[in-house]
Design a protein around this ligand. Structure first.
Ligand SMILES: Cc1cc2nc3c(=O)[nH]c(=O)nc-3n(C[C@H](O)[C@H](O)[C@H](O)COP(=O)(O)OP(=O)(O)OC[C@H]3O[C@@H](n4cnc5c(N)ncnc54)[C@H](O)[C@@H]3O)c2cc1C
Length: 369
């Protein structure tokens, strides 16, 4: 966000307060390359340390904010100190959804948790994973590649069922089983085993500060197209928000790295005085599992039909999700070009026929012309 502020010409003081002791880093590595050991600690930072100095950013790391201080325009830190503000941005992200019935469970959200999990996986023992969502599937893939015994327990009928649907879910189930994962589906209770248990059952937006301050919160801090909350001079960005998307004509909440980054930047330039609205954007994310790179673009909305480009189950291939003959989402396995092009088609609100989508010879960029 501070990048947007400085690029927008804001030359006032910027203070970045964060409860983690680390410089901001790219969380997606935690369940992928960092866990695998292929991406070192030195490569996960969002920006080189020197940039914070060069851009005049005051860092207050390892400090938890306990009150936004709307009345006196000064946030209160856990140790009682206060930091005055003229404009405030809440970017508290989300937290792993906890299962209180498993008090010893492991969660994966922050770097120290990834470090402990990596040590555990490197020791090569068994691991139970509750939840075959993205984090569960990615950790299962890393643990299997390191030779550990992995048991995954999923409440739904397939991995990633709600986002990807039953066909792609079943394909991923086969992929994990073929790599030796013991995958249990439709489970109704937590496993009883001696193995360490990782819980990956979704996340919840960290809205406590906003709620306590009386801001409008509806499964996320509610913001407009420029990140404005229900209070003057208070903005929010990233996972914590439910933002208005002109493209979907609805408030949506997205938990993707790129959306958080772009939204933060857009809020920064808006605070700096830019009156232009940010361009329409289709949410996008990726996941790495074994030798597969899965990319998805869309807002997770319901679909009534899917169309496949390529041979389903033989990467590279892509699945398009249609609602009333309109393209609303796309998922590709080792097929990022088609995902990127379909994403542009959706963002531009262009019409594309089912025949064009199914035809591997049809370049989707043609409908953008
Ligand atoms: C293991 C993992 C893998 C992921 N993989 C992918 C992926 O492959 N692709 C993808 O698109 N997305 C992925 N994501 C999601 C992506 O990381 C998030 O969408 C992104 O980090 C959101 O950024 P954010 O700045 O909104 O929140 P966060 O990154 O959660 O940052 C919020 C920060 O605020 C701090 N904070 C919270 N409360 C307070 C307080 N009271 N006082 C001070 N500081 C506070 C937190 O400690 C944290 O440092 C993954 C997430 C995880 C955890």
């Amino acid at each position: 966000m501070w990048g947007g502020l400085r690029d927008g010409g804001f030359d006032g003081q910027i203070t970045l307060i964060g409860s983690e002791g680390e410089l901001p880093y790219e969380r997606p590595h935690l369940s992928k390359g960092y866990l695998m050991g292929t991406v070192p600690r030195s490569r996960i930072g969002l920006r080189p340390a020197a940039q914070y100095r060069d851009f005049g950013i005051d860092l207050m790391l390892g400090h938890r904010v306990v009150d936004l201080g709307l009345e006196h325009r000064a946030v209160v830190i856990e140790n009682g100190d206060t930091v005055a503000w003229d404009r405030l941005c809440i970017a508290t992200g989300s937290d792993a959804r906890r299962l209180p019935e498993l008090p010893d469970a492991i969660y994966l959200r922050e770097l120290p948790e990834a470090e402990s999990l990596r040590m555990l996986i490197d020791r090569g023992g068994g691991l139970d994973i509750i939840g075959a969502g993205f984090i569960g599937c990615e950790v299962a893939a890393v643990a299997r590649q390191k030779g550990g015994e992995v048991h995954v327990h999923e409440a739904l009928a397939q991995p990633l069922l709600r986002v990807l649907g039953p066909e792609l879910g079943a394909y991923l189930a086969d992929v994990h089983r073929s790599h030796g994962v013991e995958l249990q589906l439709n489970v109704t209770s937590a496993p009883r085993s001696e193995r360490p248990t990782l819980v990956g059952v979704g996340s919840v937006p960290r809205t406590e500060l906003a709620e306590r301050a009386g801001l409008e919160v509806d499964r996320g801090v509610v913001v407009d197209e420029r990140g404005g909350t229900s209070a003057p001079d208070v903005f929010a960005a990233g996972d914590v928000t439910r933002f208005f998307s002109p493209l979907y004509d609805a408030h949506i909440r997205v938990e993707h790295f790129q959306t958080a980054q772009r939204q933060g930047y857009a809020v920064g330039v808006a605070i700096a005085g830019d009156t232009e609205l940010p361009p329409d954007e289709v949410p996008w994310f990726w996941s790495d599992q074994y030798d597969l790179n899965l990319q998805y673009a869309g807002a997770g909305l319901p679909w009534d039909r899917t169309i496949t480009r390529g041979q389903f189950g033989k990467p590279p291939f892509t699945v398009f999700y249609m609602q009333s003959s309109k393209l609303i989402a796309v998922a590709g396995i080792n097929d990022h070009h088609h995902v990127a092009r379909a994403r542009r088609v959706m963002a531009a609100r262009k019409t594309v026929t089912e025949q064009q989508l199914a035809d591997p010879g049809f370049d989707l960029r043609r409908v953008l012309a």
